[in-house]
Design a binder for this molecule. Structure first.
Ligand code: XCC
Ligand code: SF4
Length: 630
């Protein structure tokens, strides 16, 4: 038996350096070079004290100029910036959710998109009070999709999915007036409040940030996750591989990148088509390999076992291999750099969404009605491009790890069933997991999420934090680029149980799981909310009492701030490794790291020293245990 070994960050970096040498040969730019050009960053921006929301400015706060021209102080400026940042994230995640609602609406027995998990659809319909009896599944799909779409603009009431939270959580949201109403309304209200001459009171701005975040996590993102499951199947554990070594030199390599599975699912479908494979062979390749980057990669890895080429800061590397025939993108987290970079190689950079259009790309407009044809055209374009490779530029780092992914809440409940002697009913409960936690076999859980950020040595924070947690019997649930960091390193290989403390190791063996559970993409952080809600309901505790924390050590996007806001608002303490541009206001910093605890029973901790960050998380988990007397 070969011995299990994690891939080290030094090994990643050596592989990247080798790829950058190729880049230098062809005159390619890279994020590593651009970071140098942008450093040091603007101090005003870093502290959040630059305001340019009206044309009397831009105004910057200094000791000599403590107020902008309108009289707004640092606290108001930082607060408005924070709210706008959140609104950007909530809008983005939720609009992704809306696209999925539309895809569901377009589903048909003879269409491009089918309902793969009818049980889940029926469950949601019942939950929403939609009559299911005597209806054709597609009739029901349309009705549920339309009801979902109404959640974005309904004039009255709050989000339907809030009822999934424990009553105690719902009461907090009501009392604090942060229960989210229509999703678009929360985004629009956020932009209204942060307009010139509206709110400049930190409390009001933070409250709306929490509310907008909740409209994402318990609204748009949750619909994105649930309806993706309905359309493409609810994830179950499945084996795959991760890191650049999943690309295959002899094959046509298609890399999917972005977030919306409506595109990537179709690409995978057609790349698997015997007709297409035959065509690839005709063109001199041995076959077709689809691999992924960022969250769309998580989506197809969880449902199809499609390998993960890498996470956010590895997106340029896939092109630098010289072996990427096409990088096909939909929305979000796509570097505009891919345009000029792909021009240095034979790679086709294919954009597909009117929402993400970029220079130097080929735009093949993708929509649900013509999805099949679009996907076929894209796969064909990639195959046709195989002959244009420049062999002297081809180098795929020989680097990959095994990973078992696909841990939806349903899957977690199922795999942990039977680990203890707890009786569970047929629908399954989280009681076995709770028993592991109360007995101390598992000390607690960390929800690891978020991106890479050049401010932190890529992946190190994710990996080091996870290693320390599992060694301390803390189980990790991961999503987004954090999950991919884990997979690339080998932490989603079941053999990684050897890095755990004795308790967690035993659970991994009994349940046959890796110690880091892949829960999906970033909209799938909604799965984590549901898991926390179920744990609270099954234990009779409040979510805030559970020994569970959230962590985004290398986050970078607006979406991540929206996520942070809904995780905290759900009662889960959240640890950040990068400051969300609030250091310029003591009032804002104090509210987010302390004051909001009085409202939602949780708050942020910001600590850029990663060693300290992990210790603080473990400390918090142990504090929660102590308070429960377990
Ligand atoms: Fe984007 Fe979702 Fe961040 Fe990765 S983790 S860099 S947001 S792909 Ni969401
Ligand atoms: Fe300056 Fe006030 Fe205008 Fe902002 S809103 S740019 S602080 S004048």
């Amino acid at each position: 038996m070969s011995e299990f070994k994690l891939t080290t960050v030094e090994e990643f970096e050596a592989a990247t350096d080798r790829l950058l040498e190729t880049g230098a040969k062809v005159g390619a730019d890279s994020w590593q070079l651009r970071v140098k050009n942008q450093t040091p960053h603007c101090k005003f921006g870093e502290q959040g004290i630059c305001c340019r929301i009206c044309s009397m400015g831009p105004c910057r706060i200094t000791p000599k100029a403590p107020r902008g021209i309108c009289g707004c102080d640092a606290h108001g400026i930082v607060g408005r910036n924070y709210l706008k940042f959140t609104a950007g994230g909530a809008a983005t995640h939720s609009d992704h959710g809306r696209e999925i609602c539309h895809t569901l609406y377009e589903s048909a027995a003879d269409g491009n998109y089918k309902v793969k998990d009818p049980d889940k659809l029926i469950r949601i319909a019942k939950e929403w009070g939609i009559e299911t009896e005597g209806k054709d599944i597609y009739e029901l799909a349309h009705e549920v999709a339309e009801t979902g779409l109404m959640e974005y603009g309904k004039p009255f009431g709050t989000q339907r999915f809030l009822k999934r939270a424990p009553q105690t959580t719902q009461d907090i949201w009501e009392k604090e007036e942060i229960a989210p109403r229509a999703i678009d309304r929360e985004v629009a209200t956020s932009l209204h409040m942060s307009h010139m001459g509206c709110s400049s009171l930190p409390e009001a701005l933070v409250r709306q940030s929490l509310r907008a975040g909740l409209s994402d996590g318990w609204g748009g993102s949750m619909m994105g996750t649930e309806f993706s499951d309905v359309l493409f199947g609810t994830p179950k554990p499945i084996d795959t591989e991760a890191n650049l070594g999943v690309m295959v030199e002899e094959n046509v390599n298609i890399v999917v990148h972005g977030h919306d599975p409506s595109l990537s699912e179709m690409i995978c479908e057609y790349a698997d088509d015997p007709e297409m494979i035959a065509y690839a062979k005709e063109m001199g390749a041995k076959g077709i390999t689809v691999s992924g980057v960022c969250c769309t990669s998580n989506e197809v890895a969880m449902r199809r076992g499609i390998p993960m080429a890498g996470n956010f800061l590895q997106q340029e590397n896939v092109v630098l291999t010289g072996a990427c025939e096409a990088i096909v993108v939909d929305v979000q987290c796509i570097f505009p750099a891919l345009g000029p970079l792909s021009k240095c190689f034979h790679t086709k950079f294919i954009t597909t969404s009117p929402i993400a259009q970029m220079p130097d790309s080929e735009f093949i407009r993708f929509n649900s009605k013509t999805a099949g044809e679009n996907a076929k055209a894209i796969v064909k374009a990639a195959i046709d491009n195989f002959k244009n490779r420049k062999p002297e530029l081809v180098h795929i780092p020989d680097m990959k790890q095994k990973a078992t992914v696909g841990y939806s809440v349903e899957a977690i409940v199922k795999v942990l069933d039977g680990v203890t002697n707890t009786q569970v009913d047929e629908t399954g409960t989280t009681k076995p997991l709770l028993e592991c936690i109360t007995s101390g076999v598992i000390r607690g859980a960390v929800a690891m999420v978020g991106c890479n950020n050049p401010k932190i040595r890529p992946d190190t924070a994710h990996i080091e934090l996870m290693k320390k947690c599992i060694a301390n019997d803390i189980i990790i649930i991961a999503s987004g680029c954090s999950a991919q960091a884990a997979a690339k390193a080998g932490l989603m290989d079941k053999s990684a149980k050897d890095l755990c403390g004795a308790g967690l190791k035993r659970v991994c063996e009994l349940a046959d799981i890796p110690p880091v559970l892949h829960m999906g993409s970033c909209v799938d952080i909604s799965r984590m909310m549901i898991l926390a809600a179920e744990l609270a309901k099954d234990s009779g505790l409040k979510i805030s009492q559970l020994p569970v924390v959230g962590c985004a050590p290398e986050w970078m996007s607006e979406k991540a701030v929206s996520i942070g806001n809904y995780v905290v608002s759900t009662g889960i303490d959240t640890f950040l490794g990068v400051d969300p541009y609030v250091s310029g206001s003591s009032e804002m910093a104090e509210l987010l790291t302390g004051g909001i605890r009085d409202w939602v029973e949780a708050a942020y901790t910001v600590e850029t020293d990663i060693e300290k960050l992990v210790d603080l998380m473990i400390e918090r988990i142990e504090e929660k245990r102590e308070a429960l007397g377990i």
